[in-house]
Design a protein. Structure first.
Lengths: 244, 244
DNA sequence: TCAAAAGTGTTCTACTTACACCCATGC
DNA sequence: GCATGGGTGTAAGTAGAACACTTTTGA
């Protein structure tokens, strides 16, 4: 916010990139678009676009989300992830990008975007392989994945991946898919049904193909999980980016 | 990162603002500068400056930190907090700012900055009162405070507030000052001396004015605290910014 | 009656909490 | 000695992990 008239201020373009996660086919998938022009022509990239004159980054993220998925943002979780600013990240010039993380359920198979790009859902593991993504998007995607994983520990956002009505088992599958590990059904049920405000009972039930019907719940308001629901102890992992 | 040649791209200036925290006089204090020009002439603000052509935001944050405190960043913790982008946040025009959080110990009383601004350490509680800060800096400072508080739960960054050599009680005071609540000395000691890699014993001791000498430790490498060291249960607080 | 999934109960262990108590130093 | 802070021990309560067991449905 200050004040050095003699410094060489960068002429900067600002974009917003979206990491849109959903759970499909028992996998965590991310929405990617095929680039229609250079650089990285034909390669896959995160959806995104330029910040406009009168909007906040949040506005821009919501607008891009709507353009790419047709979803209006009311029923999904959207949060700012981090801003990426390597001067070399875009060969065309100085472009910094604010990355956003969006978590949703039941997101539509995307239609062609505004400039006729093809968009696809792809498993996150696949997208992270082999320099498949343009720019620094693999790095952004990696950060988003870690953020999603840890948010599942400390908050109730996992419900953002579920439909309007869902069972405890539906929610457990979200955790299992995103954490990549199996959870004990009994302990999971106890934990989250006790956590105040995580689930709202509806009294309705869902009859499965086979087996006992399951109670259906609605998501409660998003909040912190207290106590948190920790992944199994991995040892020592650095949390968050540190500069120095 | 994309691709709408016809959109009205914003002409944006990019700055970096620093929330530099230190513990002085048993209080959490933040470094503020007195603005030397309009807008908000004479008011207090977070130190910061414009992003330059060939640097990352991290580089810019380190540079500003050095300019404001003379500290070279090697001995403190620095991380990106969030980017603030309200179109009205700066009356001069479109300026978005990437806020950084810096945690340090024993930071010097700042000298006059490059453009002869006065800089002060001020208790965070005081700085948050009464619209004292320029721009949206009170909001940034509030976010930084919450980030610092929660990082103390999940990581070992609290040692960033301590000098080279410190006692368990020194570290406990950091937690008490930042969380604003008293902690049981016995349980605190057990918890953090067990946490692998939090503290490195030095074999040295410090003789206090009165009482038994205390063992001196050095900080271990920063990492996640597992299991975390949770603040006492506050109920339901929203963690992190959510857009929709 | 059987398979399958939902849901409950039980035991063991580990961690938190609260607090009593001992230790090492200066005065 | 005694005051002061450093440091250890311990018992009660709570939460997680593992897993046996019961319930409810369709076939």
């Amino acid at each position: 916010m200050t004040h050095d008239p003699d410094s060489d201020r960068a002429a900067v373009s600002v974009t917003v990139d979206l990491v849109i996660f959903t759970v499909r086919d028992d996998e965590l998938q991310v929405l990617l678009v095929e680039r229609g022009k250079a650089p990285y022509l034909g390669q896959l990239a995160l959806p995104g676009g330029h910040l406009r004159g009168k909007e906040t980054l949040d506005d821009a993220a919501l607008r891009e989300l709507k353009e790419e998925t047709g979803v209006d943002g009311a029923h999904l979780h959207l949060e700012q992830l981090r801003t990426y600013s390597d001067p070399q990240r875009d060969p065309r010039g100085r472009v910094i990008t604010a990355a956003y993380l969006a978590l949703g359920s039941n997101l539509p198979v995307p239609v062609a975007g505004t400039d006729a790009r093809e968009a696809y859902w792809m498993p996150v593991g696949t997208a992270l392989h082999d320099h498949m993504l343009a720019f620094d998007h693999a790095s952004i995607l990696g950060d988003a994945l870690e953020r999603a994983r840890s948010k599942l520990e400390y908050t109730t956002v996992a419900t953002a991946f579920c439909r309007e009505l869902f069972t405890v088992t539906d929610l457990r599958r979200v955790y299992e898919v995103i954490w990549g590990s199996a959870l004990d059904p009994s302990n999971f049920r106890r934990k989250i049904t006790r956590a105040d405000g995580f689930l709202e009972p509806t009294g309705q039930r869902r009859i499965p193909a086979t087996g006992r019907p399951a109670s259906l719940y609605r998501k409660g308001p998003p909040h912190l999980l207290m106590p948190p629901f920790l992944r199994s102890y991995n040892g020592t992992l650095e949390q968050g980016a540190q500069v120095a």
